[in-house]
Write a protein that binds this ligand. Structure first.
Ligand SMILES: [Zn+2]
Length: 371
């Protein structure tokens, strides 16, 4: 393998990524945060120049309504036990805490909920999670909640219900990031009407380049930018290139009968269903067309040109995606991405914004707006 002579030094980078599912893999697997076979561990962080990370507390919607909140609490406990340890990372809940963590050369770790189903339709439970240090939430995951429609489900509320609007306003007041990744277009449109605070799409790409519902149409890229929000580019090849998305769909459909047979008689066991679904997802994603870093950068360029260079950033989705672009296998590869951005003509000042400053500034803005 060629030596990385021309790559930027990790110590000089400020990479702040908006979305990873490391909490889930550390819960599911007997892995340590110091070193593991996943996308993100202490060694990879150091090699990659990753200085701050938003950790998603993701709960499969299959576990809703009865077991979702419990699972979220279990993931928070996993973060306490495996990640927030001396020498590893510091849990941060504010910009000043992040600054302190960086000063002590510790990974600054933020906590977000992924999936509004976790709060069980309860503004009070949302408040409790805020007290536990959670500073953002994606309104939905892949299924509708009772109060917000997902972009990968059949519309039910046609956006937000009255409760959904109440929750969005509450998040704005608490200074919590309103994350619209996974939300339907109608949901996003109504969020933009309900509140005037900056919002984010932590891990979404451009629909123009990869036309799938999960990606953002240009009008939302414009509107999110206009109110000084944030959009993190997702590294999942299926969200970068349409043909890969289609391959995975096609492969997954081939497994339908097999999945049905394996899950027969166990439909009341959401943990098992979730595990089986992920197993087949991994199989469906194996051997797909290669996606290059340059194609990920195309999305970054598109978001920056439709929106602005001040709104675009990284939302890797590491540890939550079954495959990655070539040469971007895990968090150790950020210097490769930075070198590729340089090659595409981005100036150092712009690269610093994309890699972390834009996300930091976004969180600062919503912290100020919160009471
Ligand atoms: Zn997600």
């Amino acid at each position: 393998m060629k030596k990385n002579g021309s790559l930027p030094k990790p110590a000089n980078l400020f990479v702040f990524d908006a979305h990873c599912d490391t909490a889930s893999v550390l819960f599911d697997q007997p892995w340590a945060f110091s070193r593991n076979p996943g996308h993100l561990d202490l060694q990879k962080i150091r090699k990659g120049g990753l200085k701050a990370q938003i950790f998603a507390i993701w709960v499969d919607p299959l576990l809703a309504p009865q077991r979702a909140m419990k699972r979220a609490l279990q993931l928070l406990q996993t973060m306490e036990q495996k990640v927030f340890q001396p020498g590893h990372a510091l849990k941060v809940t504010s910009l000043s805490e992040m600054t302190a963590a960086l000063h002590h050369k510790k990974l600054a770790a933020w906590l977000f909920l992924e999936g509004g189903h976790i709060i069980e339709n309860s503004p009070e439970i949302l408040h409790i999670f805020h007290s536990l240090g959670v500073r953002g939430m994606t309104l939905t995951h892949s299924k509708n909640t009772d109060w917000a429609d997902s972009t990968t489900d059949t519309p039910r509320a046609n956006g937000l219900t009255a409760l959904g609007r109440q929750i969005v306003r509450q998040m704005a007041q608490m200074g919590m990031a309103i994350d619209v990744s996974h939300a339907s277009d109608q949901t996003i449109a109504q969020v933009l009407k309900t509140t005037s605070v900056p919002i984010m799409a932590s891990h979404s790409n451009a629909r123009k380049l990869c036309p799938i519902p999960r990606n953002l149409p240009d009008k939302f890229i414009r509107e999110i930018t206009a109110r000084k929000g944030f959009i993190g580019a997702n590294f999942f090849p299926a969200f970068i290139k349409r043909s890969v998305f289609d391959q995975i769909e096609e492969n997954f459909n081939k497994f339908a009968k097999e999945i049905q047979e394996r899950t027969a008689g166990r439909l009341d066991d959401p943990d098992f269903l979730s595990q089986v679904e992920w197993e087949y997802y991994l199989r469906a994603a194996a051997g797909n067309d290669a996606v290059e870093i340059e194609q990920l950068i195309d999305h970054i360029i598109h978001i920056a040109s439709i929106g602005s260079i001040d709104c675009v950033g990284l939302g890797s989705d590491f540890d939550g995606i079954p495959s990655t672009p070539a040469r971007l296998a895990d968090a150790a590869a950020y210097p490769v991405l930075v070198a590729a951005l340089q090659k595409r003509g981005f100036k150092e000042r712009e690269i610093r914004k994309i890699c972390g400053l834009n996300l930091k500034n976004f969180l600062q803005r919503i912290e100020k707006k919160g009471k």
